[in-house]
Write a protein that binds this ligand. Sequence first.
Ligand SMILES: Nc1ncnc2c1ncn2[C@@H]1O[C@H](COP(=O)(O)OP(=O)(O)OP(=O)(O)O)[C@@H](O)[C@H]1O
Ligand SMILES: [Mg+2]
Length: 238
Amino acid sequence: MSHLITYKNITISLSGKSILNIDQLDVAAHQCTLLTGRNGSGKTTLLKIISGLLKPNTANIHYQGLDMSWKQAKPYIQKDIIYLHQQPYLFDASVSDNIAYGLHRLGESKAVARQKVMHALQWADLSHLAHRSAKELSGGEKQRVALTRARILSPQLLLLDEPTASMDTDAKQQTGLLLQRLKSEGVSIIISSHETHTVKHIADHHLHIKDGQLETIEPSTDSDKVSVLKPSKKQSVT
Ligand SMILES: Nc1ncnc2c1ncn2[C@@H]1O[C@H](COP(=O)(O)OP(=O)(O)OP(=O)(O)O)[C@@H](O)[C@H]1O
Ligand SMILES: [Mg+2]
């Protein structure tokens, strides 16, 4: 299995407290990884480092054949990796305008952007909401708009931080469906979640943060339980 990107020696301390100390994280290409850990274990912190939003104390990155420091890699990873917050921020504008926003920033012409937004809305089964104000949407609808807005920018890796928290069963199913679609289109995905059962069917791998380090969890035969495979420091998600 090929790796999309590898992070080595990730360390970060916040307010003088060591939060993460990870020897190696290999992100599998075109696959989905579930990331778990207790509240405060460092899931959000790790996702923000992976996406170039938070500067770690140390981290080396192997991406597209290059070995780089986190700082050198930052422009590449910010372009190719998108972090989605649990409560996505949408502008006070229509759903279509929210989805088009990133395209305008990339300098796409109005006509091309309109075409792409139309296709994206169809892809997400959101066409009926195109002209609604994004501020009026439910939490589940907002999450789907945010996913669509991310997809239109063609990310290599999508990071979802607790995407299904506080969603009802229908909204979870709809979000799950879009994630399956993204995966089948070749987008690599990491999902942080406390709701293991909701995303288990999409995930190919399961990593767990404990004491600042990553453990690989292998599904047990009992579908409701997981067992720790290898609590060593060096971890791969392939
Ligand atoms: N800006 C900050 N300054 C100081 N400490 C921070 C900061 N951000 C996060 N922390 C601490 O880092 C640790 C990891 O936080 P993080 O938000 O990554 O955890 P998490 O696993 O995402 O938790 P949750 O499941 O509640 O979302 C926590 O102890 C938190 O208090
Ligand atoms: Mg978090």
